[in-house]
Design a binder for this molecule. Structure first.
Ligand code: MG
Length: 232
């Protein structure tokens, strides 16, 4: 009996040490600088107010969006990044037109398509009713935002989007759906939702581990600034 009790306490001690110690194999996190008012040092700049060098039209021609005063404004067709990304943290800022014009989906409509196929809706949803899974911050026609954190038209607003790309097995079958988390003006509006296939207006059909970012032209002069991405 006494021998068994000794073994049991030895096992308990080992378990206690394992549970209470940090993971043995964990690497020291990489150091990046994230200074106040600056983008993270490991971010890729997609638009810093100067030019559209990271973008083309969705057919590959030069973009005609208007760059002025550090912003770019929707003009004559959607645009797509030249680079592709897998898992990501994406930051962008937008302002819908002021004074507001139109109603419902016809008011300050644009959007950001992750992988060119999953739209996080951009819309003037400040006192503007529409179907809830088409509001600002909706994963278009899949998930309405958890809350409406919209600012008035003309005011700068922020999206911080965390995206995990779909995972595939060796035969190309999807084993994990893509997921999205979105903060709108610092407020959580999509909480790790599983995306169920491409949304309307996707420029690609087949889901894959990587894809570009597309900004939608919905015929409204929505402005963007300060767009950057971190590959995860
Ligand atoms: Mg849209």
């Amino acid at each position: 009996m006494r021998k068994n009790a000794g073994i049991l306490s030895a096992i308990s001690l080992v378990l206690f040490i394992m549970i209470s110690s940090p993971c043995f194999t964990e690497e020291e996190p990489r150091v990046i600088s994230a200074l106040e008012g600056q983008i993270p040092s490991d971010a890729i700049i997609l638009f810093d107010g100067k030019d559209l060098s990271e973008w083309t039209e969705t057919d590959g021609k030069p973009s005609k969006w208007i760059v002025s005063n550090g912003t770019m404004t929707v003009n004559d067709g959607g645009i797509v990044t030249k680079k592709e990304f897998g898992d990501m943290q994406l930051h962008l800022e937008f302002a819908t037109p002021a004074p507001a014009k139109g109603e419902g989906q016809d008011r300050g409509n644009s959007g950001v398509y992750i992988h060119g196929m999953y739209e996080v809706q951009v819309l003037d949803s400040y006192g503007n009713k529409t179907y809830i899974d088409g509001m600002c911050g909706a994963v278009y026609q899949q998930y309405p935002p958890l809350v409406n954190a919209s600012r008035p038209p003309g005011k700068w607003q922020v999206y911080d989007i965390i995206f995990r790309a779909p995972v595939f097995d060796k035969k190309g079958g999807m084993t994990e759906k893509p997921t999205l988390t979105v903060l709108h003006n610092g407020v959580l509006i999509q909480n790790n939702v599983e995306i169920n296939g491409p949304t309307a207006g996707a420029i690609r059909e087949n889901e894959s581990p990587a894809g570009p970012i597309v900004m939608q032209d919905h015929s409204h002069p929505v402005k963007y600034r300060n767009i950057w991405i971190r590959e995860l």
